[in-house]
Design a protein around this ligand. Sequence first.
Ligand code: GLP
Length: 241
Amino acid sequence: MEVIILPGPEEVGRLGADRVAAVVARNPRAVLGLATGSSPTGIYAELARRVAAGTLDLSGVSGFALDEYVGIPADHPESYSAVIDREVVGPLGLDPARVRVPDGRAADLAAAAEEYDAAIAAAGGVDLQLLGIGTNGHIGFNEPTSSFASRTRIKTLAPRTRTDNARFFASPAEVPTHCLTQGLGTILEARELLLVAQGEGKADAVAAAVEGPLSSMCPASALQLHRRASVVVDEAAASRL
Ligand code: GLP
C-alpha cells in the first residue's frame, strides 16, 4: 500500500485529480468508481476546474457510485443519486447515461444489488475506485464486520454512521437506516484504489486501515490486500500513523 501524506486538503484534491486524469489519459473511456461524502469533494472540484479550463475531457468516462441509501425519496437532495448528479456528473461534464448509482428504491433490493455488480463487470470493471473512509473505518457503506468477500448488497447503517451523516439531514431521525453498497469484494476488484481522508477526525480510522491488522472490524484494512492501493491523507488525518 502506498501512503502519501500532504500538507492539507487542497493538495489531496490536486493529487487525486492527477490520478484520475492519468487514468483517463490512458483510456478516455475509463470506468471510474465514484465516492460520495465530503472526502472526495476536493478531487471533484479540481477536476471540474480542469474540465472548465478545457484541459481535461471526461465525457467518455463511465462511473459507478459506491452506495445509496435505501428508501430515500428520489428527489431528496441527499440521496447519493442526487449528490452524484449535482457534485460529479454536472461539474465534471460526465455523460449521465454512463453513470450509475445503486437503486435504493428498487422493489427487489437483493436483485438490484446483484444486477449492479453484473453491470460493473459488463462495463469491464472499475479502472480507478475513489474512496473516503468513515470514522469507524467503513468504505462505501461496508460497516465493521463486513466480509472481505462481500458483494453489492443491503446493509444496516451503524449507529455511528447515522450520527456522522446526520449533518446532511434536517434531523438525526431522518437519516436512513439501510443502504445498498458495493461489497468489499466488489471494491477490491477495481484495478486501482485511491482512498482520501482529511482532518483529525479520520486519524484513528486511517491508522487502523494502514497499520492495524487485517480485520473486518476495520473494513478499510481490506486495502492492504490490494496490489495498487494508495492512501492520500493530509497531515491531520495522518497524525496517528
Ligand atoms: C459516507 C459514505 C462513504 C464515505 C464516508 C465518509 O457515509 N457512504 O462513501 O466515504 O461515509 O464520509 P465523509 O467523506 O463525508 O467523511
